[in-house]
Design a protein around this ligand. Sequence first.
Ligand SMILES: Cc1cc2nc3c(=O)[nH]c(=O)nc-3n(C[C@H](O)[C@H](O)[C@H](O)COP(=O)(O)OP(=O)(O)OC[C@H]3O[C@@H](n4cnc5c(N)ncnc54)[C@H](O)[C@@H]3O)c2cc1C
Length: 568
Amino acid sequence: MPSMYHQVLIVGGGLAALRAAIEAKEAGLDVAVMTRVHPVRSHSVAAQGGVNAALANAEKGRDDTIEKHAFDTVKGSDFLADQPAAITMTADAPLRIYEMEHWGCPFSRTDEGKIAQRPFGGAGYPRTCYAADKTGHALLHTMYEQAVKRNIKIYEEWTVLSLVIDGGVCRGVIALNLRDGDLVPVGADAVIFGTGGTGRVYGRSTNSIIVTGSGMAVAYYAGVPLKDMEFIQFHPTSLFGNNVLITEGARGEGGYLRNANGERFMEKYAPKAMELGPRDIVARSIQTEINEGRGFPGGYVHLDLTHLGAKKILERLPAIRDISINFVGVDPIEKPIPIQPGQHYSMGGIDTDADGATVIKGFYAAGECACVSVHGANRLGGNSLLETIVFGQRSGAHAAGYVRGGGKGGPDERLLREHLHRMRERWEDLRAADGPEDPAAIRDLMKETMIEKVGIFRDEAQMSEAVEAIKKLQERYRRIHVGYRGRRFNLDLLRTYELGMKLDLAEIIAKGALNRQESRGSHARTDYKERDDANWLKHTMAHHTPDGPRFDFKAVEVTKWQPEARRY
Ligand SMILES: Cc1cc2nc3c(=O)[nH]c(=O)nc-3n(C[C@H](O)[C@H](O)[C@H](O)COP(=O)(O)OP(=O)(O)OC[C@H]3O[C@@H](n4cnc5c(N)ncnc54)[C@H](O)[C@@H]3O)c2cc1C
């Protein structure tokens, strides 16, 4: 039977992937989406607080401009973002938001009927557009409707395991059809990854279990460098005990952070911005309060919304109230919410340009799996949803242009079969694995190692220990057993396969962090406390080799604003 084939294959069903698919389909191409879960179960659906665009709709935001949004993004990034990319993203933002509005996204409204905007951290103006505290849900369902309306073919519950590359050109993928366990070669003239982040490499993560980083790993193994992976965002406010996210929108609506003495401690750390400082600074401030004994027993502080009143909470933060009641038994109308920082987002990812293009012709990436870079060392809240729709659109358009300009026009059967054969051998070896090591125990240790030793505060001794620990876990992984060997919906086997990928990503994060001898954005070293622009104003690039990652560096594009001290 000949291989499956599509001119443009989109991998992932979240916001970035679906936006790319819509764009390529609009260009008249044969487009398919292949996703591990049904599109509306993608992690984008969990986004809460909102999406940024300088629309100047809010009363206090009339002076907002695209340029101010770009500057806030660059300053928030601790000057590691590539400035032309940040300018592109913020310039496209209003266009993409109005497009979502016209497609039916039910944004919350101002009294005048305009899209409502709330303040978010590190932003000079209220510029975060929202749909109560369910913005990801509203955006993703709207985007999915648009994909369905265009009859885009969607392969649900398929997972891409490897890229098929020939002479530096992408020719398709090898995918696992979860329903029957078959490995299937799929030819494509262009492949776009919108495969999301890598949160579950860490313990105490706000991300769901499907956020494994597998797309990043697949690209890395195929020869695409991963950029700036050491920059991991820790969100200031996740629920104490289970790390379910409590959106920054709660502080945007006026919530206070208080320590066990009842003090609004942000006064000490960001006297002007207070609770709406950028995430890296607020997360460090909370952790400092806890570390220095001003937190509550067990290690948390309070997010106090009680003064906002029931009406505001019910109207603007209904999901936060439900989450807080259901997961910790606290009604935020009456009592403060116990919170602690949690791993949240990966600033790094697959190295792309502002069109999603990578070093492999015909291979693109967009959304959280990609690093353009617009977030640099610290992402501003609301800029990630924005990144998905801006760079999803741009990568779809560029891939379509690439295919129209010289697509190969069909699958290369010999090449696909060769790749299939190799992948099948690896897969079957794993299915038969019968060693003494338990994958779940390795996974737990990896997550604990990363949160404890490559966490909010880092130093050389801890990170060296993490590198050693990961190396040992990689050795143990070679001696694992697989619990269930069936073919249909064998998620156990897939998770075990992905554990190998996660360990490799953990190694890249830990080694990249150990290398970088400075503090910048989310990378806060207690042994190198200052930012060091003379030596470290550069992107880390991790290249795959059989012996682990090889690192080199790439210049940051500083075109408009010279690095300055970040004060908030
Ligand atoms: C709780 C929470 C709240 C957030 N709130 C906000 C917010 O308010 N504002 C904001 O800007 N950002 C927010 N973020 C961040 C933002 O939601 C994400 O960064 C963004 O939605 C990621 O979108 P994406 O399209 O890149 O990937 P995702 O939505 O994660 O989609 C990835 C897709 O890829 C598929 N996939 C993955 N690997 C494979 C594979 N190998 N083969 C096939 N398919 C694969 C998955 O099934 C999924 O469909 C939040 C994040 C979290 C965790």
